[in-house]
Ligand binder design. Structure first.
Ligand code: CU
Length: 98
């Protein structure tokens, strides 16, 4: 293999690997949702979050008052998640990673 075709091969590997890398960008955040105050609240919050494109899994609880969200980092972000809960009537903020 000459130098030129070696570079071409490396470039091809780079292109092929890039989309897979972005697919693997799954993140989990914990949102503090202090205004949840009864058993129905976590359900409302969960449904609001599940509607956000890119959200893969939501677990909302009253005790503690928070929502754990797994999402595709390439499709959505924390801003969109907190915006979704706010629009549902539950302002939230991200909890620092443990
Ligand atoms: Cu409630």
């Amino acid at each position: 293999m000459n130098k030129r075709s070696l570079f071409a091969a490396i470039a091809l590997v780079g292109v092929a690997a890039a989309p897979q890398a972005s697919l693997a960008e799954q993140k989990t955040v914990v949102l503090s949702v202090p205004s949840m105050n009864c058993a129905a609240c976590p359900i409302t919050v969960r449904k609001a979050l599940e509607k956000v494109p890119g959200v893969q899994n939501v677990r909302a609880t009253l005790e503690p008052s928070e929502a754990v969200v797994m999402f595709d980092d390439a499709k959505t972000g924390v801003d969109k998640l907190t915006e979704a809960t706010k629009r549902a009537g539950y302002p939230s903020s991200i909890k620092p990673a443990k």
